[in-house]
Design a protein around this ligand. Structure first.
Ligand code: MRU
Length: 340
């Protein structure tokens, strides 16, 4: 499995696979400064809700490594600055805020002399916990897979998006591990092509049968009866079960409902947001118009045409057959107000 994010050997940098270069080139980079980490998250060098949370936690530890020498108020100010800068990079994935809140609690409580080590330990725990949650999600998802399942997915919710074997892709990997012949229809995922650049790459590398389709093709494949189920990841799950995920997820869910195909969402506990009542309360990140106008490195639209480019959409809970987390399979009616 590719490791999207890990420590550099000296724990003084966040080591990532630069996902902007895939699949053309496999580039790995160290993020040594706060600016480098913020830029990497903003530009999707590291991406996917859980991976963003892990990278931000590590970047926080790196940026605060020497803050033990500051006064208590100086340390608090520095922690707030670092956390605010990382938090502002991408607003929709709740894992980012969740991970930073954990780091802030440690920064507040640790002894000055122990601060650096305590922060590295907490960021490492966030990574390790995510790896374990991915595995458990996969085990629960398996109960929803028929033998030799034909699955559709959108964007990348695989190893490249997490600290482990992914969320949406976890069940697929475990089904293959138990000997199933799984076939995965992967949406290209316009405009940034996380499906074709990342999911097709990582599944093919793992020896899974992949069929890449343009986003608009999924309903036609469903109509031919060639998809047994859809499974996607999530960036934030509201208390009522509405799910924010990559733009195009909602369209896939609508098509799945029309064709009677079960539509599953897979996510770790860190993606549930009990404080957000419904999908309407989720802030949706808006991205640069040129991601759509110059999508393939060439001008693909009039250079100044108006563009609407939300990075995510909200799939209403009513279209979701089940949400799979590390804690089990949640069926509607969903109520995540308390905990998952
Ligand atoms: O903009 P991205 O590539 O970060 O969007 C990623 C997604 O929408 C994923 O489906 C989601 O973060 C879940 S990743 C396990």
């Amino acid at each position: 499995m590719p490791e999207a994010v890990r420590w550099s050997p000296d724990h003084r940098a966040v080591h990532i696979i630069d996902q902007r270069a895939l699949p053309e080139r496999h580039v790995e980079r160290d993020l040594r400064t706060l600016d480098e980490a913020c830029d990497a998250i903003r530009t999707l060098a590291v991406r996917g809700a859980p991976a963003i949370g892990i990278a931000a936690a590590m970047a926080f530890a790196v940026a605060m490594a020497d803050a033990g020498t500051l006064s208590v108020s100086g340390r608090r100010r520095r922690a707030a600055q670092v956390s605010d800068a990382l938090r502002a990079t991408r607003p929709t994935a709740v894992n980012l805020a969740w991970a930073l809140d954990r780091m802030l609690r440690i920064a507040d409580a640790a002894d000055a002399a122990a601060l650096g080590d305590a922060l590295v330990r907490e960021a490492t725990a966030i990574l390790d916990e995510d790896r374990a949650m991915c595995r458990r999600i996969g085990e629960h998802a398996l109960s929803l897979f028929p033998a030799d399942a034909r699955v559709a997915t959108h964007c990348n919710a695989g190893a490249l998006a997490t600290g482990g074997i992914g969320t949406a892709l976890a069940g697929i990997y475990l089904a293959a591990e138990r000997g199933d012949r799984v076939r995965v229809f992967v949406d290209e995922t316009r405009p940034l092509l996380q499906g074709s650049r990342l999911t097709a790459w990582e599944l093919q590398r793992a020896g899974i049968d992949v069929v890449l389709i343009a986003d608009a093709t999924a309903p036609a494949v469903m109509r031919r009866g060639e998809i047994d189920l859809c499974v996607v990841g999530a960036d934030r799950i509201a208390a009522n079960g509405d799910v924010a995920n990559k733009i195009g997820t909602y369209a896939l869910a609508v098509a799945a409902r029309h064709h009677g195909v079960p539509f599953f969402v897979a996510a770790p506990s860190s993606t549930f947001d009990p404080a957000t009542p419904t999908g309407a309360d989720i802030v949706i990140e808006q991205r640069d118009a040129d991601e759509v106008r110059r999508g393939f490195g060439a001008l693909t639209a009039p250079p100044d045409v108006a563009v609407y480019n939300p990075a995510f959409d909200v799939t209403p809970a009513s279209l979701i057959s089940a949400i799979v987390s590390d804690r089990g399979v949640h069926r509607p009616p969903f109520d995540f107000r308390a905990s998952t």
